[in-house]
Design a protein around this ligand. Structure first.
Ligand code: NIG
Ligand code: FE
Length: 414
C-alpha cells in the first residue's frame, strides 16, 4: 500500500531535476514548507505542499510527521569502513605529540591496520563491518562508498573487496566499492615500488575485474606513499578495466596529485587540506568533485580544506566522513555537516547539499539517492522537533534524528 506522509514541517532538498552543484549553486537548497510526501515500492512517488494535496482516500497508509523536517539521507562518498581493529593507542601517541607521518614511519598507521586485517577471517571482518554499516545508517547515512586498502596483498585486497560485495548484497543501502591497493607500500616493497605497482596492476586488478569487485580505483598520493607519477600509472591500468578514479590527494602535502587527477578526469579528489591557489584554480569548473573530509582534519589537528575558496572558484564540493580507524574513527555525517559549518564556514544549506546531492554524484548514485526527487529511493531522515534548518549543524553533538527510513521503511532505532 502506498504511504502518505502528511504534516511535514519542511521537506528538504526537493529537486525535479538532478544536477551536480558547482560553486555558488550549492547555496540553493530548495525546500517545501508544510509538505506531504507519497512513497510507493520504497521510492518517492509524489510530493508537494499540503495545500495542494488532493483528497486523501483509503488507498494510502498515512503517517503524520507532526511537523518533523524530512531530509534525504546523507550520502557518504568516502569511507574505509572495513577494518579489523580500532587504533586508540595511536590516538594517545598523537596527544603526546607524534604526527600522523611519525606514526606511519614507526610501522603504525595503515600498516598496523593491514597486519590486523590480514590476520582476521573474512567472516569476522564482515560482521564488524556490517555492525558499523548499521550504526551509520542509524545516524542518517543512506548511501555509502567503502574502500579496500588494508590488505596490501593480493589475498588481503580481494578479501576486503569481497566483504564490501557482501555488504552490497545484504546491506539495506546502496554501497559502492573502491579498490585502494595503493594505500601504502608494504614493508617488503619499501625499496621496490615498481614491484608493488606491478603486483597491483598484474595480479590485483585482473582478479578484481574477474569477480567484478570494484566500482572505482583510489590511490593515496602523498609524500612517503605514492607519487603523482605512480598514481597515474596505477590509475591508467584501472581505467582499462572501466574503473573511475576517486583519489586521496593533498592531505598532507601538495605533490602534483591534483593536476594528474584532473588530467585523468577523476570523479573526485578527496581530502584537499593542503591546496595551493593554483591548484584551486585548476579544479575550477572541472567535473572532478572536491570531496572534503573535515572530521579527518579535526582528528589530526590539521588545517581544514579551503571550502570557501573552492566554492568561490566554482568547484563542485562534496562532504564525506572518511570513516577509518586512523584519521576519522567516526562515520557520523551529522558531525561532518556541523564541522563544515563551524570550521570551514559553509552555510547550512551548502553543507546539506554537499552531504546529499553532491555526495551522491561523488559515487555515481545521483539517480538513486541524494534528493527528494520522484523515482529516487525513499531513504529519508525524519528530524525531532527543530526550530529551523540551521539548528541541525548549530546544535552539534545533539542527536536530532527521530527516525530513519530506508527503502520506504523505518529502521529499528536503538
Ligand atoms: O583517508 N590518508 C589515507 N588514508 C586514510 C587514513 C588511513 C589510516 O590511517 O588507516 C585517510 O585519512
Ligand atoms: Fe580516506
Amino acid at each position: 500500500m502506498p504511504l502518505l506522509i502528511t504534516n511535514i514541517g519542511l521537506l528538504v532538498n526537493v529537486r525535479e531535476q538532478n544536477q551536480l552543484l558547482f560553486g555558488a549553486a550549492i547555496a540553493d537548497l530548495p525546500c517545501i514548507k508544510n509538505a506531504y510526501l507519497v512513497i510507493e515500492d520504497g521510492k518517492i512517488k509524489a510530493y508537494g505542499s499540503s495545500s495542494s494535496m488532493s483528497t486523501v482516500n483509503s488507498q494510502f497508509q498515512i503517517i503524520n510527521a507532526n511537523g518533523a523536517y524530512i531530509l534525504p539521507c546523507w550520502c557518504d562518498s568516502h569511507t574505509h569502513l572495513v577494518f579489523a581493529a580500532s587504533r586508540e593507542e595511536e590516538f594517545v601517541d598523537k596527544i603526546k605529540g607524534l604526527s600522523y607521518a611519525d606514526i606511519a614511519a614507526k610501522g603504525g598507521g595503515i600498516l598496523n591496520s593491514a597486519g590486523k586485517l590480514n590476520a582476521m577471517s573474512q567472516d569476522d571482518l564482515f560482521e564488524l563491518a556490517l555492525q558499523r554499516l548499521n550504526e551509520v545508517i542509524q545516524t542518517g547515512t543512506g548511501a555509502i562508498e567503502i574502500k579496500s586498502g588494508y590488505g596490501l596483498t593480493v589475498e588481503g585486497e580481494l578479501k576486503m573487496l569481497r566483504i564490501i560485495q557482501r555488504l552490497k548484497q545484504v546491506g539495506s543501502i546502496p554501497v559502492k566499492a573502491s579498490f585502494l591497493g595503493a594505500h601504502a607500500y608494504p614493508p617488503e616493497y619499501k625499496n621496490d615500488h615498481k614491484a608493488y605497482i606491478k603486483l597491483i596492476i598484474d595480479e590485483m586488478l585482473p582478479n578484481i575485474a574477474k569477480e567484478n569487485l570494484a566500482d572505482f580505483i583510489d590511490v593515496f598520493c602523498e609524500q612517503g606513499f605514492f607519487s603523482a607519477n605512480e598514481m597515474k600509472h596505477i590509475c591508467e591500468a584501472g581505467m582499462k578495466y572501466g574503473l573511475r578514479l576517486k583519489l586521496h590527494v593533498n592531505q598532507l602535502n601538495s605533490i602534483g596529485g591534483i593536476e594528474a587527477a584532473i588530467e585523468l578526469n577523476a570523479l573526485s579528489v578527496d581530502h584537499l587540506e593542503t591546496m595551493t591557489d593554483g591548484e584551486i584554480t585548476m579544479l575550477s569548473n572541472t567535473g572532478t568533485i572536491a570531496s572534503l573530509l573535515p572530521t579527518a582534519a579535526f582528528f589530526l589537528r590539521m588545517q581544514y580544506p579551503p571550502a570557501r575558496k573552492l566554492i568561490g572558484s566554482n568547484c563542485a564540493v562534496a562532504l564525506a566522513s572518511d570513516y577509518n580507524p586512523g584519521s576519522s574513527p567516526s562515520g557520523n555525517m551529522n558531525t561532518v555537516v556541523s564541522m563544515s559549518c563551524i570550521q570551514m564556514r559553509m552555510l547550512p544549506e551548502e553543507a546539506i547539499n554537499a552531504a546529499t546531492i553532491n555526495g551522491a554524484y561523488a559515487m555515481q548514485l545521483e539517480n538513486e539517492v541524494g534528493s527528494i526527487t520522484v523515482g529516487k529511493k525513499a531513504n529519508l531522515i525524519f528530524t525531532k522537533q527543530i526550530p529551523s534548518l540551521a539548528y541541525l549543524p548549530y546544535a552539534f553533538g545533539s542527536n536530532l534524528i527521530d527516525k530513519v527510513m530506508i527503502n520506504g521503511e523505518f529502521i529499528g532505532m536503538h
